[in-house]
Structures are given as structure tokens and as C-alpha cells.
Design a protein around this ligand. Sequence first.
Ligand code: FE
Ligand code: FE
Length: 192
Amino acid sequence: MDRDYKDICKELKNILDAKRYTHTLGVAYTSACLAMSKGVDMEKAYLAGLLHDCAKYMTDKEFIDYCKKHDIEMTDVEKANPALLHAKAGAYIAKEKYGVTDTDILSAIRYHTTGHPGMSDMEAIVFTADYIEPGRNHDPELPVIRQEAFDCLDKAICHIYSNTMNHLKKSDKTLDPTTSEAFEYYKAHIKN
Ligand code: FE
Ligand code: FE
């Protein structure tokens, strides 16, 4: 890679807890691997993965205050679940604090939690890497999803949405409408 990103890693290690930092590295390397296998810019994918959770050190109140202060728009679902805001706040911090100007990278950070219908390659890669990085073990179907990610990314994305929605329903958590819209999109997309 052109840069070693030591400065960014050092800062992330400082502000994130140990578990989150390990997850961050897992997402960075998994994004880079997915990028390699799809012929996408590996270095950009690595940097997007590295910064995807860079805002995940704030409390709920801090997310709200931060977004108000920096004019980051909040939906009602986000106001009710401020942790969702770490994606939008993260894209803002990646730009303002870490100097990232590349819009591919910034939008991959911005959409890594919910995804959206018709994601770009970079968005799809970081969204998927966040779910499948080696440190994750929250879903018993992960071995299959990991394989799908390298065979057919859209199929993996569909699988991730399906399992995420089932999980959210079971645990009575609020569903961001973007998640269900994107699930419908990818379901229809892999059928064709
Ligand atoms: Fe995240
Ligand atoms: Fe993450």
C-alpha cells in the first residue's frame, strides 16, 4: 500500500476500546481482501474499513449533540437509536479529522450500518466486511455468508439483511426503514 496508516491506527487505538479496535482492523483487512477478489481499489477499501467505526466512542447523548453541532441531519429512527448515528458522524470525522476527501470511502462509511438499495462496490464491501470479519461470531451462518461474500457479494448481502431483520424482529429492536428497503432490493436483484 502507498501509506502505512500508522498515524490513523494510533489515534483509533486511543479513542476506541480494545474490542472495537480489533474489530476495526478485522474490517480493514477483510475489506481489502474483498476488494482484491472483486478488482476494486484495495487501498481505498482498507482505509474505509479502518475508519468505518471511527465515531463509535460516543455515548447516545454525545451522538445527538455532535450531530446537532455539525448540522448532520437526523431521522426519527436515528434520534430514537442514537448509536445508528455513528455511521454519519463517522463519515464526517473521516473527512474533517482524518482528511479523507474520497467520496467512495466517505459514502462506504456513511452507509456501513444500514446499507442502501443499489450500493456501490465500495459500500457493499465495507457493509459486508463489517458483518463477516474474522472476529465476529454473532451469527451461526457466518461460515456460509463468508464464502458467499467471495463468490457473489449480492448473495451475501441478501443473506446478511435476512438474518439481521430476523434478529431485530426477535429482539424487538427498531428497524431502520432503509434496511428493509435494501433487503427488498437485493432479494429482487439476486433473483434476476
Ligand atoms: Fe459500525
Ligand atoms: Fe463495525
